[in-house]
Design a binder for this molecule. Sequence first.
Ligand SMILES: NC(=O)c1ccc[n+]([C@@H]2O[C@H](COP(=O)([O-])OP(=O)(O)OC[C@H]3O[C@@H](n4cnc5c(N)ncnc54)[C@H](OP(=O)(O)O)[C@@H]3O)[C@@H](O)[C@H]2O)c1
Length: 353
Amino acid sequence: MNKVSVAVLGASGMIGQRFVQMLEGHPYFEISGLFASERSAGKTIGDVLKVRDHKYMSSTMEMPIEKLTPKAVSRSCRIAFSGLPTELAKSVEQDLAEAGLAVFSNASAHRMREDVPIMIPEVNADHFAVVMSQPTYDDGGFIVTNANCSSTGIAAPLKALDDAFGLKFVTVSTYQALSGAGYPGVPSLDIMGNVIPYIGGEEEKMEIELHKMLGSVDKGRIRNADFTMLANCARVPVVDGHLESLVVRMEKTPSLEQLSESLSTFKGEPQRLSLPSAPIDPIIVRNEPDRPQPALDVLAGEPERARGMAVVVGRLRRKDDHFKLFVLSHNTLRGGAGGSILNAELAVAKGLI
Ligand SMILES: NC(=O)c1ccc[n+]([C@@H]2O[C@H](COP(=O)([O-])OP(=O)(O)OC[C@H]3O[C@@H](n4cnc5c(N)ncnc54)[C@H](OP(=O)(O)O)[C@@H]3O)[C@@H](O)[C@H]2O)c1
């Protein structure tokens, strides 16, 4: 197959560089342009390197970054992968959709539009249907978003539990990594040896986005799921990997074994279609008393291309009709660039691109 030409917007940032990492040697996509602000224009990826745990190919390190303008992006690319700040994403992503590009975005700017899905293909591949009501769709342009990184981590486990037992009530407390705040993010003197129990807008996003993501499609529109969701969010001094503690109650009360099995056997459309960045097991259940941990589990997922794309669940416990568990996910891979790339792979597999 001829590879699809893609652009990375925000290529000098945390998410942008994870896009570049996951696009190296990609079977469907090839990078035709890297874009950022005029601060980075004329520099190479090697000049502005932020990701420390991936060895980029030397040809990647030498790739030049251009100043972002919608015209420059649309000149040679069919897809734009966006790691732009929200304020900028709103107009740029819309301009690109109007120019006929498929935009896969990490920003929150368009997430709550009725005709824009917040996609995680394991959870809501059917939400792609609403894209067809976007005014630009007939000319090839559309916008698909992925969720905020803390919502993404728990979406697949909550979907597995909802399908099997019917979710009624969820509380989540997060321990969120520094890379979730972008680069350079939180000042080091504020976070070294500390925990900050506030991330602006995060709790509100989690409480809204998950209802849309777990909703169903009815007559071309998303009908939000109906359960109670309460979130408390904190920033902790970890580089990558959001750990989240959940307490859930469901319509049916399973045994712990049934709960564990519903999570470990969960699969979605990316697994059925064998998409290149899909983890074989999207949810990995660990039984040790002290897992999951960011230091040990953040890069979970097989095959190699899906490293960091599985979520790891552990410490399943029951107290009467409530269940307690921890979930860990990689915020810039599964919760960021990797999520958008999986969405684009699904679009190719479904013939939308
Ligand atoms: N980090 C996460 O875990 C995560 C997860 C999910 C979603 N997100 C979302 O993804 C987006 C990117 O986050 P990030 O963490 O990668 O942020 P970041 O590290 O701060 O990167 C921001 C990028 O945007 C570029 N940019 C800023 N102003 C620009 C302008 N005026 N014109 C062109 N480019 C401009 C920056 O370029 P310069 O370097 O040239 O300034 C940089 O490449 C945000 O909307 C964020 O909310 C982040």
